[in-house]
Design a protein around this ligand. Structure first.
Ligand code: GSH
Length: 227
């Protein structure tokens, strides 16, 4: 049985959604953010990076969101172009941009004080420019119409791009520029993904409310805290 180490409304949500979409049986283990449990010696044995998520598998722990997603979809043979598909290179490239760009820049915005010794607001405004660039690039890709992003059958990349839209709306401190309507293809992706049965399971488990991606409200989880 796969075991997902998660905290509500954290990056682990992307993994939960893909597990649900794949119909994979899994258990969850709460990482208690209120006591900084991600830095506890016990958790660091699971994920030495001290970040959430981590996935325990029969073959050991997989951590880092992109690695877990690729591990899951390759094993399932679904939700990604096959290894020998002509689309594979583009899919992998934009998966890595979602990881090293979109997700990393959100992280730098949330935890700006960890990344700069200068004024935090100055740092955040530089990161915000990069975040807008990521949204613009995924918007363009969605407009181009690719099988691996925004098509009828969602891929891991669809979930990787759509889920953070919630965090843009809820957690970008002191940023008034974010309005999903400015990125209409992303907005329609958000609506399509939040209508999936996989999302309903996550909404119930993590207290995400109605319209969790296109018009989110703060999480009200049945266990743990969303920080
Ligand atoms: N590079 C990591 C980043 C994950 C990440 O930023 N997780 C956040 C929660 S959304 C976290 O663990 N925050 C707690 C911390 O950094 O102390 C990944 O891709 O999994």
């Amino acid at each position: 049985m796969l075991k997902l180490h998660y905290a509500p409304d954290n990056a682990s949500l992307i993994i939960r959604l893909v597990l649900e979409e794949l119909g994979e049986p899994y258990e969850t283990v709460l990482v208690d953010r209120s006591s900084n449990a991600q830095q506890s010696p016990a958790y660091l044995k699971v994920n030495p990076m001290g970040t959430i998520p981590a996935l325990e598998t029969p073959h050991g722990v997989v951590f880092e969101t992109a690695a877990i997603l690729l591990w899951l979809v390759d094993r399932a043979g679904r939700m990604a172009p096959a290894v020998d598909s002509p689309d594979r290179g583009a899919f992998l490239s934009w998966m890595m941009v979602a990881s090293n760009g979109l997700q990393m820049d959100l992280r730098q915005h949330f935890y700006a004080e960890r990344f700069t010794t200068g004024p935090v607001e100055d740092y955040r405004s530089i990161v915000a420019q990069r975040l807008r660039g990521h949204l613009d690039r995924y918007e363009t890709l969605l407009g181009e119409g690719h099988a691996w992003l925004g098509s009828e059958d969602p891929t891991a990349l669809d979930y990787y791009v759509a889920t953070p839209l919630r965090w843009f709306a809820l957690y970008l401190q002191n940023e008034s520029w974010f309005d999903l309507s400015n990125w209409p293809h992303l907005k329609s992706l958000a609506k399509r993904i939040e209508a999936r049965p996989a999302m309903q399971a996550a909404v119930d488990a993590e207290g995400l409310g109605a319209t969790p991606l296109s018009h989110p409200s703060p999480a009200n989880p049945p266990e743990g805290v969303a920080l």
